[in-house]
Ligand binder design. Structure first.
Ligand code: FES
Length: 159
């Protein structure tokens, strides 16, 4: 059912865990299953451009959520913020050699977490926020609300 790439990232997730003093963080949820994810970023500056200097995640999700989060951190590491904003769930799934259709929604979680962390950073630094990133932020907020409602309804703890 899973590719060897998915299994490899699931068994040896990259960049998983807490980050001390992140420049920004995000919390997103997946209302389809109630899983949650936190993403932390540190932002550096090179030749006048901001880039992802470090990124970590914590997820309370399934094997696909862990594998997609792991590969998302690899894809985002070292990228300019504007490039990292463009990493979409299909890029993440492709990098993993594909995901079963029923598990594609899991890759939303990691893409949303990355976009939302960049949004929070740009907002904090009063940087210009594109319409696309604003839209992604609105979706992330709505889906987080729905996930929290869903977790409450089913009596799921946050951790
Ligand atoms: Fe919830 Fe995969 S089943 S993120």
């Amino acid at each position: 059912m899973y590719t060897k790439e998915v299994m490899e990232h699931f068994k040896n997730p990259r960049n998983m865990g807490d980050m001390e003093d992140p420049d920004a963080k995000s919390k997103v949820g997946n209302p389809a299953c109630g899983d949650m994810m936190e993403t932390y970023i540190k932002v550096g500056e090179k030749d006048g451009e901001k880039y992802i200097e470090d990124i970590k995640f914590k997820t309370f999700g399934c094997a696909s959520a862990i594998a997609t989060s792991s590969v998302t951190t690899e894809l985002a590491m070292g990228k300019k913020l504007e490039e990292a904003e463009q990493i979409e769930k299909k890029d993440i799934a492709e990098e993993l050699g594909g995901l079963p259709k029923i598990k594609m929604h899991c890759s939303n979680l990691s893409a949303n977490g990355l976009h939302e962390a960049i949004y929070q950073y740009k907002k904090k630094e009063r940087m210009e926020i594109s319409e696309d990133l604003e839209r992604k932020h609105e979706i992330a907020q709505k889906t987080l609300e729905k996930t929290e409602e869903m977790r409450e309804k089913h009596g799921l703890d946050e951790e």
